[in-house]
Write a protein that binds this ligand. Structure first.
Ligand code: ADP
Ligand code: MG
Length: 636
């Protein structure tokens, strides 16, 4: 029995010791860490120089030294190949997937090593470095900041990830934390963290739009808050659109003003120009105009950029974000009027034009009270504090959403979706499947991700087998396939044969993932091809049905052909010939007609066979034996 503790007279009992936890926003451009202070307020932790934002840049020098943040950025011009930036885009992705992305130009990707499978690395002065390692370096630095601020080791951290991050990308984020020696309490979605930072978790039921424009990415998320529970209804955006594009647009404008062809500028001159453009852009968030100078190599130019001119330059980029917002609202089945709160996230939402346009689109002023660079880290810190048990209130439940549908391959190369995209996770769904052939004792399960109808248009996640199914006639086995996606977005699939209980399970952790533009592309393709896909699906299903009927009739004729008179047999044979002639053609209707005709022509035959087998059963045979017989008949 536990003894109750009583404090010594005169001495006050120790106050409940606060557990140390932190929230980390691991950003593409900037990362930062926040913690909840003794008073219950979340605060971002600065480094010794007072900087709160840590640029997500890591430099690996040949002497083995590692530089982070601003110090690493200074080396980017001289040694770009050994200075990793924007590596969040590489997390959980394969070399093949990265090659097709122009945003990563300038890095030579190599395979990390045998052991890490598909993971890619960059060849730096200090050897091969993966995105997981670079992320780990940033995480370790931020965790150390939090530890020195809180005065001891952290119990755990909450790390935020984009809502569209898939299994592989989430897993890679966890791996980075493991490499950094950090205990992950939970990964939460960036938009949800932002909503929490605004205290919206205490609001009445409502819909919330989170508009996040960072350095290189734009994300829009629609959240539903219902009885204090968040659910991500839909996500959208553009993985290659952000403040960096504003900088490039300014550079383009300046070069045009100066009459300079950018091709004549060296890479380092272009980089310097970008830095100057970024400074001008940030000035324009506060002032009506900004000076811009080009003093590189052979050219000298200086000019003035007004806010009005800047607005004109970036208007098309801002318009792109608005289109993505409209699409996302459509995905969520909502209209702008349904949105109660708009939350702005990301440094680029400081641009006045962005705020204006977002306000016009949603017809209401967005929340701007919390610094848009910090809002995600602050929300993560509040969550971390709750998860380690510092707050005695009910635990806040956070629900995420599945970015793409998950399904199983069925006969004919079709995909049967088990969990549809935008389903809130964690979730579990099960469906029954059966065998296709008589006597089939194993089932190959192929797990796929995507919106299309055919496996070749979806992404293969895993294959596994269920063995030990007792031999039965086709369609008699009952195989329950269950999909479970946990709170971190990890999928496990299990299959169980119901009569025997034999079971097989797999946890899906692909070694590479999808980026958002691929998800967007897969979704777009599924919309565009929906009608075509449906037709194809109908055709394939019809073919599968026809083949099954031909096989069944063939087996029955072999076994009991004598039950048919010659004339009857001719009719059946003609129907078989007709079906065989069209089964591989492209007319669903023709196959369907031929199937119906063959079915019709064998009705009387089927009835006679039924009578015969009943007669046989009455002679002392068990139905089980008949099934086994039928199975061995078709197998031979
Ligand atoms: P990420 O989420 O991609 O890590 P951030 O949210 O930190 O990025 O946003 C970085 C972007 O915000 C950069 O493009 C930066 O130039 C831009 N930014 C930061 N401050 C301002 C400002 N005052 N005005 C305009 N843009 C800004
Ligand atoms: Mg961000």
């Amino acid at each position: 029995m536990a003894l109750l503790q009583i404090s010594e007279p005169g001495k006050s009992p120790m106050p409940h010791e606060k557990k140390r936890a932190a929230g980390i926003d691991l950003g593409t451009t900037n990362s930062l860490v926040a913690t909840v202070q003794a008073g219950g307020e979340a605060r971002v932790i600065a480094d010794a120089d007072g900087n709160t934002l840590l640029p997500s840049v890591v430099h690996y020098a040949a002497d083995g030294k590692r530089l982070l943040g601003d110090a690493a950025m200074l080396r980017a011009i001289a040694e770009p190949g050994s200075t990793l930036a924007s590596f969040k885009r590489w997390l959980g992705r394969s070399k093949h997937e990265l090659k097709s992305e122009s945003a990563n130009e300038g890095y030579e990707f190599v395979l990390a090593d045998e052991a890490s499978g598909n993971a890619v690395a960059v060849q730096t002065g200090a050897g091969k470095i993966t995105a997981v390692e670079a992320s780990a370096a940033i995480l370790a630095e931020l965790a150390a900041r939090a530890e020195s601020s809180l005065g001891g080791p952290l119990q755990g951290v909450v790390i935020t990830v984009p809502a569209y991050f898939d299994d592989a990308q989430r897993q890679a984020t966890r791996d980075a934390a493991r490499v950094a020696g950090i205990n992950v309490l939970r990964l939460i979605n960036e938009p949800t963290a932002a909503a929490v930072a605004y205290g919206l978790d205490n609001a009445n039921d409502r819909y919330i739009a989170v508009y996040d424009l960072g350095g290189g990415t734009f994300d829009i998320s629609i959240l539903q808050l219902s009885e204090g529970v968040f659910e991500v209804l839909a996500t959208g955006g553009d993985a290659a659109l952000g403040g960096d594009d504003f900088d490039r647009a300014i550079v383009g404008w300046a070069l045009a003003q100066a009459g300079i062809d950018s091709a004549t500028l060296s890479a380092s001159a272009q980089r310097e120009l970008l830095i100057a453009a970024r400074a001008a852009k940030q000035t324009l968030s506060e002032q009506d105009s900004a000076r811009l100078r080009i003093s590189a190599e052979h050219v000298k130019w200086q000019g003035e950029l007004s806010r009005a001119e800047f607005n004109k330059i970036v208007a098309p980029l801002v318009e792109q974000t608005l289109s993505a917002c409209r699409r996302c609202l459509g995905d969520a089945g909502l209209k702008t009027i349904d949105i109660a709160d708009v939350v702005l996230v990301g440094g680029s939402t400081r641009v006045p034009l962005v705020r204006e346009k977002v306000q016009v689109l949603f017809g209401k002023a967005p929340h701007v009270g919390v610094d848009p660079d910090k809002v995600v880290a602050l929300g993560a810190a509040l969550q971390a504090d709750r998860l380690v048990g510092n707050k005695q209130d009910k635990e806040l439940l956070l629900l995420d959403v599945l970015p793409l549908s998950l399904g199983i391959e069925t006969m004919g190369g079709l995909v049967e979706k088990i969990i549809h995209r935008n389903t809130a996770i964690p979730c579990t769904r099960a469906q029954e499947f059966t065998t296709y052939k008589d006597g089939q004792t194993a089932l190959l399960l192929h797990v796929l991700q995507g919106e299309r109808e055919r496996i070749k248009d979806c992404r293969s996640l895993a294959r596994f087998e269920l063995r030990g199914i007792p031999p039965m006639v086709a369609g008699a086995a009952r195989i329950q396939v269950s999909f479970a996606v946990d709170a971190n977005g990890m999928l496990s699939v299990s299959a169980q044969e119901e009569s025997t209980g034999v079971e097989s399970t797999i946890t899906v952790q692909p070694s590479y993932g999808l980026n958002e533009s691929q998800i967007t592309e897969m979704l777009r393709a599924s919309y565009e091809n929906a009608a075509d896909d449906r037709d194809q699906r109908a055709l394939i299903e019809q073919r599968v049905e026809a083949e099954a009927l031909l096989a069944a009739v063939g087996a029955a004729l072999n076994q009991d052909g004598d039950l048919l008179a010659d004339e009857e047999r001719k009719v059946v044979d003609a129907a078989i010939v007709q079906l065989r002639a069209c089964v591989n053609g492209n007319s669903t209707a023709e196959i369907s007609d031929a199937v119906a005709r063959l079915g019709h022509s064998t009705e009387a035959f089927a009835a006679r066979r039924m009578n015969k087998s009943i007669a046989r059963a009455l002679q002392g045979k068990r139905v089980d034996d008949l099934a086994a017989e039928a199975a061995s008949d078709t197998a031979s």
